[in-house]
Write a new protein. Structure first.
Length: 691
């Protein structure tokens, strides 16, 4: 008995010692990193100056180009060694039989290959990985944006044509593209998506507005196996841009007909559907279909460069190269170059520690700007570079007062008074916010299309951004908010202090900026408090219009016609007017009908949506800019802050500069299928972290 107790005691002591060593090691690592929290702003500035004058002899990497495979080149294609071995073993057809008649050619900006390697990416949750794959890395659309976000380029569609009145759009699909299981991809797959899913009452509630015009859903006509006509009752001039930016959750290229028919009520027997529901543990035919089409079903064929090998419900989600991927480089090498894509989950702090240790391939997601000096300091020794991509948004953060505030009539009335919103804008010291949160690298501005956008408006960008607390106080006094409580806060008419909550989620990383804005608002007598909510609760409150103020990112303001969320209250992300958004998207069947200037904005927007002439659309959008300048429904903070992108030295063909934004599906806009890894410089990962 004594021996057993002794062994237990020794085991406990061993565990405790191990825990102490782990804590000590973590403490040493954290101590070894520069302590940004204790550095003065001047020291950070000095570091920036040192880095700015550091000579980098690395050749700049530009952008890829796309072209078509010349017919006189024949079918002399090359493939990855791992696929060639499968061909030799009789497990795959030869590469020339797997590629389409007209594969898309991507000319890499730096070098051809080599084949091989694993690209590891880190995030904090499974859903973040899913969004990153569906919306960005795996987002193969009919049409793509170029790396600068300025032009549309071919992808699955080799070309497209629009009628003069923009009512008809003809799409020409590449001939011979195959799904990842080797089955042909044709126009029938897109017809299946539209008529058997989008317009089927069992599976979809309503046709998305982008496929509606004049109150009627579009007609989709098949001319042959590789040609489709999108036909609308009214002009739809933005369809090509929408096809390049389409939300993958309603994406037409995620519905392989040959596979999904066996789970569809119109193509399978009732008994087959019931049997599949039992096997897949789904309660309804709709749930079954969505489950079998969804990201977690590794059997569902895809058109992506990499396809999943295992269910993403685990800590690690592994993708393998698609043997039927339909792109080649200009030397005839089938893409992608990289063999595997591996998503792993860790907490945010550990992710950034891995970044600083150089354990990163290429990534922008979860690269916190707060760590910018640390990244720059550690980059040379850890073997990575810090790239600065152009933000596609009109600013880092948008402050959205809820003009539909439910449950508090006074706050609703206050938030709808432009004088209040203008006062709160003048109460913000944007230069101080920029220094604290973005080390002075940003430019004070309102939420507006950025410079370089054809929709840019300098008057909107600069409207009411001057730090002027006297003007803010005067406007608040003018609103009748003159009485104050003993602690200095203005009183509401009912005698209570004027308190508002600024709702954010942990996903919003720039929380120092938000806390500082709240403090600056308190300085003019408005008791503003930042409130951290879970994503689910925040969405629930904003859908019910119960929030005061919500802060979210700027996203795609370079092209606001594709994503007008901060200027026109119609988009899913229009957090400042959720009831107006609902009214617009449900054709007046729910929500609230806007009046006054906001109704003007919506009426102009409806004109833009059917205007075939681009110059006229630009002119109409300037009217929307003017109304936003006059009314300032959404308050911006800082813009022109670069998107940090970390790239390991072993990675090739990653451009030094590109557009970063959700509309552009970045980094998908840079064609990750041509990224390559040099094996002699490859990132060393411990064996236990391998696939």
């Amino acid at each position: 008995m004594l021996k057993r107790v002794t062994k237990i005691g020794i085991s406990l002591a061993t565990v405790c010692l191990a825990m102490v060593l782990v804590v000590e090691a973590m403490a040493w690592l954290i101590w070894a990193l520069p302590d940004v929290g204790q550095q003065t702003l001047a020291e950070l500035r000095q570091l920036e100056l040192e880095l700015e004058h550091h000579v980098d002899d690395t050749e700049p990497v530009g952008h890829h180009r796309v072209t078509e495979w010349p017919a006189d080149r024949g079918r002399a294609f090359n493939e990855a060694p791992i696929l060639r071995a499968k061909v030799d073993a009789g497990d795959l057809p030869p590469v020339d039989e797997r590629l389409p008649e007209d594969p898309l050619v991507i000319v890499p900006p730096q070098q051809h290959g080599p084949y091989g390697g694993a690209w590891r990416r880190y995030d904090v949750s499974q859903i973040s990985h899913i969004v990153n794959m569906l919306f960005r890395l795996g987002n193969e659309s009919l049409i793509r944006w170029d790396p600068g976000g300025d032009e549309l380029i071919p992808n699955i569609a080799s070309r497209w044509e629009s009628s003069d009145d923009a009512r008809e759009h003809t799409i020409y699909l590449r001939r011979g593209i195959k799904w990842s299981d080797g089955h042909p991809f044709t126009a029938d797959d897109i017809l299946f998506w539209y008529y058997d899913y989008v317009q089927h009452e069992t599976y979809n509630a309503a046709v998305p507005r982008i496929f509606m015009r004049g109150g009627e859903p579009m007609e989709l006509e098949k001319l042959d196996d590789h040609t489709l006509v999108f036909r609308f009752a009214e002009p739809n001039p933005l369809l090509p841009q929408e096809l390049a930016s389409l939300d993958p959750y309603m994406h037409m290229l995620h519905y392989p007909r040959h596979y999904l028919e066996q789970f569809h009520v119109d193509h399978a027997s009732e008994e087959q559907i019931r049997q599949a529901m039992r096997e897949e543990n789904q309660n309804t035919p709709r749930a079954l279909f969505n489950h079998m089409q969804g990201y977690n079903n590794t059997d569902c064929p895809r058109l992506w460069a990499w396809v999943p090998l295992r269910d993403p419900s685990t800590q690690r989600w592994v993708f393998d190269r698609n043997p039927y991927y339909w792109k080649v480089d200009d030397q005839g090498n089938q893409l992608p170059y990289i063999d595997e894509l591996i998503f792993e989950m860790f907490d945010a702090e550990l992710i950034n520690m891995r970044f600083m240790a150089g354990q990163i391939g290429m990534q922008a997601r979860r690269v916190e700007f707060d760590n910018y000096p640390l990244f720059k300091r550690h980059a040379p020794d850890a073997g990575f570079r810090v790239l600065e991509w152009e933000q596609g948004g009109g600013g880092e953060l948008a402050i959205a007062f809820n003009v539909n505030r439910a449950g508090d009539d006074f706050l609703r009335q206050l938030f709808n008074d432009r004088r209040f919103r203008i006062a709160m804008s003048h109460a913000i010291n944007r230069h101080e916010v920029s220094e604290v949160q973005w080390m002075g690298l940003g430019t004070p501005r309102q939420m507006a299309p950025p410079k370089g956008s054809i929709y840019y408006c300098p008057d909107l960008e600069s409207a009411h951004i001057a730090y002027d607390p006297d003007k803010a106080n005067a406007l608040l006094d003018e609103l009748g908010l003159t009485e104050r409580s003993p602690d200095g806060f203005r009183r509401r008419p009912d005698g209570r202090p004027l308190q508002i909550f600024i709702d954010v989620t942990e996903a919003i990383g720039s929380q120092q900026a938000i806390r500082l804005v709240a403090a600056q608002w308190r300085a003019v007598g408005v008791d503003a408090q930042m409130r951290m909510l879970s994503g689910g609760l925040l969405n629930q409150r904003q859908s019910a219009a119960q929030h005061d103020v919500l802060v979210w990112w700027g996203e795609n303001e370079k092209n606001p016609l594709v994503d007008p969320r901060w200027f026109v209250p119609i988009a899913q992300g229009s957090h400042w007017a959720p009831r107006y958004r609902l009214w617009y998207n449900l054709d007046g069947e729910a929500g609230e009908e806007p009046t006054g200037p906001l109704r003007q904005v919506i009426d102009i927007w409806d004109q833009i949506m059917v205007e075939p002439d681009e110059q006229r659309r630009i002119e109409l959008w300037q009217q929307i800019n003017d109304l936003n300048r006059e009314n300032l429904w959404v308050i911006g903070l800082i813009g022109e802050v670069p998107q940090l992108v970390l790239k390991h030295d072993s990675f090739r063909n990653v451009p030094d500069r590109a557009i970063y934004g959700f509309t552009y599906r970045s980094p998908g806009v840079t064609a990750p299928e041509i990224y390559a890894i040099e094996p002699d410089q490859a990132l060393a990962i411990p064996d236990e972290e391998g696939p």
